[in-house]
Design a protein around this ligand. Structure first.
Ligand code: NAD
Length: 498
């Protein structure tokens, strides 16, 4: 019997009752490992009602109480790192070490949430006028919904709910239907850490449950991470319903390599960043822009390394790269290699057609390297989200920068050079939210915020860090006077300061 995965509402597992399910696969074998219950509107309403009922108590809980739960949660997550990583690897396909890395980066946001008293201190100005003080405070919003993608089934939920609940909100998480189990374990551990019922709920589902969250009058704000078309939909619909929204979308991250760069280091970095997690990272490098005559050498060195990447199931310690998330996605990614060839690119390494012994039904794809990719080829224009690295040639820094700034996305980008002046120019001139200097995947640490520009983010706030705290709270300014006899008297003029 294949198990059915349900929801988590008010600290209780809830079996799905809608009758609709979706298969969850083990991408390394292709087998269906579970059926996922897809929530009905009524089940989403149940989760939102639980979160709403929990809000008055949780938002009034002292900072000491909230942080004691978060510290306990941090300790529990720490002891469950491997269990989480195994779940991630089994449903997502990424290799175990990569899954452990994802958990570690998610934990950084729990660390940040444990320090929330420091971030919520507010501001006080005394004696702004005679005997008048002004305080700026920040308060929680209410029920926050989080909608997350398949590619980081633990880290992206952890980007959201620890900070949201630390700020006093309650939360309804809708994880990806492709790999839901890590999110359920995160919620179970939060209950074990002492989080009161209803503060964190998980509903599994598809578009029906997402749209209900976007329309629900009791949801105050929505954090979304996923593809650009869905991010656009989330923002438009949630804003139309008066909600606060941050919607992080897709990406096409460029790595600019200048002629003075250390080419071995640049080739290592390109391979790690392009093929790690089978290219299914929103911060993966998917385009190398090679400047000047080093292009041929750089492509050779990347190709040498790409051919050596060991591909196999995520639970085999020898594997460096696992399968893709679904058979359909694997075939779509392979299609970009074929179309790039037809559209004028040179296929230097062709990873399509790979099979892994003993895992013939797994969703594996080898790594591909495409050189001299025309800017109008589909492989350049679309987000591929797989192990395909495009190389574009440029004659100068200015030409390379124009290529990058011409992209409709602006998530992450990186420059490889030994020239500090060029790196400094790039930091200031490139249109992207996160920039690496000799760092190919510049995912900010928890206490700096994460977010892209252009079609990589819809909304005003980046996620986690200081922006996260601002997103999950709203400002209030309190003006106080304790009257003195000198303040008595009638004065119908506009209140002035003196
Ligand atoms: P996706 O957009 O297909 O799905 C994300 C979430 O939205 C899932 O929970 C899914 O159930 C839901 N969803 C899907 N279609 C929907 C629809 N039509 N209406 C309402 N909800 C819908 O993304 P994915 O395939 O799970 O993840 C990969 C994408 O996420 C890539 O584009 C990647 O770049 C992006 N991503 C971005 C970041 C970032 O920080 N910018 C981080 C991780 C992933």
């Amino acid at each position: 019997m294949t198990k059915t995965i349900g929801h988590w509402i008010a600290n209780t597992p809830v079996p799905g009752g809608s009758g609709r399910t979706a298969p969850v696969h083990n991408p390394a074998t292709g087998a269906v490992s579970a059926h996922l219950a897809l929530a009905s509107t009524a089940e989403v309403d149940e989760a939102v009602a639980a979160a709403r009922a929990a809000f008055p108590g949780w938002s009034a809980a002292s900072l000491a109480r909230r942080t004691s739960v978060l510290f306990a949660y941090r300790a529990l997550l720490d002891t469950h790192r491997e269990e989480l990583a195994r779940l991630i690897s089994a449903e997502h396909g990424k290799v175990f070490s990569d899954a452990l890395g994802e958990v570690a980066r998610g934990l950084e946001i729990v660390d940040l949430a444990c320090g929330i008293p420091q971030q919520l201190k507010g501001e006080l100005s005394t004696e702004v006028s005679a005997r008048v003080d002004v305080a700026s405070i920040r308060q929680p919003l209410g029920v926050v919904a989080g909608i997350t993608p398949f590619n980081f089934p633990a880290m992206v939920p952890l980007w959201m709910f620890p900070l949201a609940i630390a700020c006093g909100n309650t939360f309804v998480l809708k994880p990806s239907e492709k790999d839901p189990s890590a999110a359920l374990l995160l919620a179970t551990l939060a209950a074990e850490a002492g989080l009161p019922e209803g503060v964190l709920n998980v509903v599994n589902g598809d578009r029906e449950s997402v749209d209900r969250l976007l329309d629900h009058p009791d949801v105050a704000a929505v954090s979304f991470v996923g593809s650009t078309p869905v991010a656009r939909h989330i923002q438009a619909r949630a804003v139309a319903n008066g909600k606060r929204v941050q919607a992080l979308g897709g990406a096409k991250n460029h790595m600019l390599v200048l002629p003075d760069a250390d080419l071995d280091f640049a080739a290592d970095s390109a391979v790690n960043a392009a093929y790690g997690s089978a290219g299914e990272r929103c911060m993966a490098v998917s385009v190398v822009v090679a400047v000047g005559a080093i292009g041929d050498t750089l492509v050779e060195r990347i190709a040498e390394r790409a051919r050596a990447v060991r591909i196999g199931p995520g639970d085999d310690p020898a594997s460096e790269m696992g399968p893709l998330i679904t058979a359909e996605h694997r075939d779509k990614v392979a299609g970009y290699v074929a179309s790039a060839r037809e559209q004028g690119a040179e296929v230097v390494v062709d990873g399509t057609g790979l099979t892994v012994d003993g895992h013939e039904d797994g969703f594996f794809l080898g790594v591909s390297l495409l050189d001299r990719v025309p800017l109008d080829a589909d492989a350049y224009r679309d987000e591929i989200f797989g192990p395909v690295l495009c190389v574009v040639r440029a004659d100068s820094y200015d030409e390379a920068l124009a290529v990058i700034n011409g992209s409709r996305w602006g998530n992450g980008t990186a420059i490889f050079t030994r020239d500090g002046g060029a790196a400094r120019r790039f930091q200031l001139e490139v249109e992207a939210g996160m920039v690496g200097v000799n760092v190919p995947v510049p995912v900010p640490v928890g206490y700096h915020s994460f977010g892209g520009w252009k079609e990589s983010l819809f909304g005003d706030h980046h996620i986690y860090g200081e922006d996260g705290v601002r997103f999950y709270t709203r400002g209030k300014v309190v003006t106080t006077r304790w009257p003195d006899p000198a303040d008595a008297g009638i004065d119908l003029g506009f209140p002035g300061n003196h």
